[in-house]
Design a protein around this ligand. Structure first.
Ligand code: ADP
Ligand code: MG
Length: 618
């Protein structure tokens, strides 16, 4: 990960449901959140495929109901995971698009693009969203963007972080660093409050987004941010609240109309959109209508829901959030009264009940809402990008310390997990531990490295293994040292030394399982370029067809003018009419032509015929 050495410092919040991009403007000494081509400051993390084009962001989300099987979202839930992961199996039931396993148990999304079936990995979908965010930034800055800081949830493990870096690579981006979303939000918040920060402040970041939930406890002291602890839930957020509301209305429709819409993807998608809107309304109103015309078999949904009902059907999830808050504080061994600020991040943190429960938990403390919850993460990422780049004079002088999201250790006798680096240890870090052989006369030991919190080692995630061998046979408990080393990006290396004869062996945990190989990334970069070229070609064709259509309209209007009707020679009239017919046939048969040339060329031909005639009439 090279240092960004030129131009701009860009931060990207690659969200499960919405993404956001920000830039540090050094001369103005501030961060700008960059709006997209629709004027929105966040962009849905959606990618859709149709018979003739690929859509990303708002355009993809807006057509989701009409094209449910080929509209992909939630790629962040898949990234860096195995297909057989129980979380994926549960998610899969909720998705209208199809996911299958490849031979390495890697989840692959099936879509149909231009009439052909295609298999895409979560990295590829994420790369498309990142590419969109890159384009949004490039359009605003009128320059190329390469170096970025990308954020991930605090609990993302080694493979999820690396897969995110791979996604950026496919998008043609260089990731200067991956940082945790709550850390980024705290950077954003810390800058706001820096001037009146005296001594050490403890900040609690509560990030409830669309698909993920993250809480972190940070301290800020003398410009240093330190993440003391983090906790989270990979499957808790606004979408779950939407789902519960969808189920509520599915049941209501069953009761009232005696039909079950749960098998109809299009109806469900439309209902979900209405529910999301209702949920947002319930954050400021106490009740709202939910209406969807012709939802299913000619039935109109015309109903309403109160805030109290919404809270009731989601209470279990809200309570779960508070349990995670409690776990984070007890991990950090901190009393809730020691927390100076509670910061709200993520769109779902706007829900009044969530705010109330959180405030009650912190004994009535005022919650901080001074930063825009949807933008705080990208904001902080842009500041971090400026810190990592050269040539920025005004960027605040901060030092960021992060922690390990999961415990790291090795398996010892009886399949027990022996933790070498406990979770929430600040990185970079190096730790050594002495172990002994478990029986007499061993000349080698196998070392299995795991991440996770379970007592039984094999219940955790196996990161890699190696063996320390070739030492002379020795009695049981013969000592050897294990050293764990985690660098600033969270990349782990493990080494082992047999202490008597100093025989040494080490590995860097590359965690190759399920990760893309260099060749695969190369191929995906090429495919991404093909996709981009096809997008461009499609837009050129669409523009050319529009221009031709507009010109035909102009010619038709010309022919309709009364004075023209009188003055026009019949030969000219015929020429124009037949040119119009030819143009309309061309536009009707748009699928026969793949690129814009045909339409552009014919427009020129039409203009050559028409301009001189029109010229005569001034
Ligand atoms: P993520 O980072 O997980 O992609 P965001 O932080 O952008 O998510 O939050 C998106 C979620 O916030 C969506 O589920 C959206 O419905 C929800 N949301 C946005 N505004 C509101 C609101 N006013 N009330 C309740 N939920 C909201
Ligand atoms: Mg988020």
């Amino acid at each position: 990960m090279a240092k960004g050495d030129h131009g701009f410092s860009i931060g990207i919040d690659l969200g499960t449901t919405y993404s956001c991009v920000a830039v540090w403007l050094d001369q103005q000494n501030r961060v700008e959140i960059i709006h997209n081509d629709q004027g929105n400051r966040t962009t849905p993390s959606f990618v859709a495929f149709t018979d003739d084009q690929r859509l990303i962001g708002d355009a993809a989300k807006n057509q989701a109901a009409a094209n449910p099987n080929n509209t992909v979202f939630d790629a962040k839930r898949l990234i860096g995971r195995k297909y057989s992961d129980p979380i994926i199996q549960i998610d899969k039931m909720m998705w209208p698009f199809n996911v299958v396993a490849d031979i390495n148990d890697k989840p692959m999304i099936i879509i149909k693009y231009k009439g052909q079936e295609k298999l895409l990995s979560a990295e590829e979908i994420s790369s498309m969203i990142l590419m969109k965010m890159k384009e949004i930034a490039e359009a605003y800055l009128e320059a190329q963007v390469k170096d970025v800081v990308v954020t991930v949830p605090a609990y993302f493990n080694d493979s999820q972080r690396k897969a995110t870096i791979d996604a950026a690579l496919i998008a043609g981006l260089n990731v200067m660093r991956i940082i945790n979303e709550p850390t980024a939000a705290a950077i954003a918040y810390g800058i706001d409050k820096r001037t009146n920060c005296v001594g050490e402040r403890n900040i609690f970041v509560f990030d409830l987004g669309g698909g993920t939930f993250d809480v972190s406890l940070l301290t800020i002291k003398d410009k240093v941010f330190q993440v003391k602890a983090s906790a989270g839930n990979t499957h808790l957020g606004g979408e779950d609240f939407d789902n519960r509301m969808v189920n509520y209305f599915v049941e209501e429709i069953k009761r009232k109309n005696k039909v079950d819409i749960s098998g109809n993807l299009r109806a469900l998608r439309r209902l979900r959109t209405a529910c999301e809107r209702a949920k947002r309304t319930l954050s400021f109103a106490v009740s709202t209508c939910v209406e969807v015309d012709a939802l299913f078999q000619g039935i109109d949904l015309c109903s309403s829901i109160t805030r109290a009902k919404f809270e009731e059907i989601n209470m279990e999830l809200f309570v779960e959030c508070m349990e995670t808050v409690d776990r984070c504080l007890s991990d950090a061994k901190m009393e809730k009264s020691s927390v100076h600020d509670v910061v709200l991040v993520g769109g779902s943190s706007r829900i009044p009940k969530v705010q109330q429960l959180l405030q009650d938990y912190f004994n009535g403390k005022d919650l901080c809402k001074s930063i825009n919850p949807d933008e705080a993460v990208a904001y902080g990422a842009a500041v971090q990008a400026a810190l990592l780049s050269e040539g920025f004079k005004n960027v605040p002088d901060l030092v960021l310390l992060d922690v390990t999201p999961l415990s790291l250790g090795i398996a010892v006798k009886g399949d027990l997990m022996s933790v070498v680096i406990p979770r929430n240890t600040p990185i970079p870090v190096q730790k050594k531990q002495i172990y002994g052989t478990f029986k007499d006369d061993l000349t080698s030991v196998q070392i299995n490295v795991y991440e996770g919190e379970r007592t039984k080692a094999s219940d955790n995630n196996l990161l890699g293994f190696f063996s320390l061998s070739g030492f002379p046979p020795a009695p049981k408990y013969h000592p050897f040292d294990i050293c764990f080393d985690i660098d600033v990006n969270g990349i782990l290396s493990v080494s082992a030394v047999e202490t008597v004869t100093c025989y040494k062996n080490e590995i860097t945990i590359i965690n190759d399982q399920g990760r893309l190989s260099a060749e695969e990334i190369k191929r995906m970069i090429q495919e991404a370029e093909t996709f981009q070229a096809e997008d461009k070609k499609f837009h050129r064709k669409a523009n050319a067809m529009n221009a031709l259509d507009a010109y035909v309209y102009k010619m038709k209007s010309f022919l309709k003018q009364e004075d023209i009707k009188l003055k026009l020679l019949s030969q000219e009239r015929e020429e124009i009419s037949s040119a119009i017919t030819k143009a309309m046939n061309l536009l009707d048969g748009k699928n026969l032509h793949d690129d814009g040339d045909v339409f552009e060329d014919y427009l020129k031909e039409l203009a050559n015929l028409f301009e001189p005639i029109m010229g005569k009439f001034g």
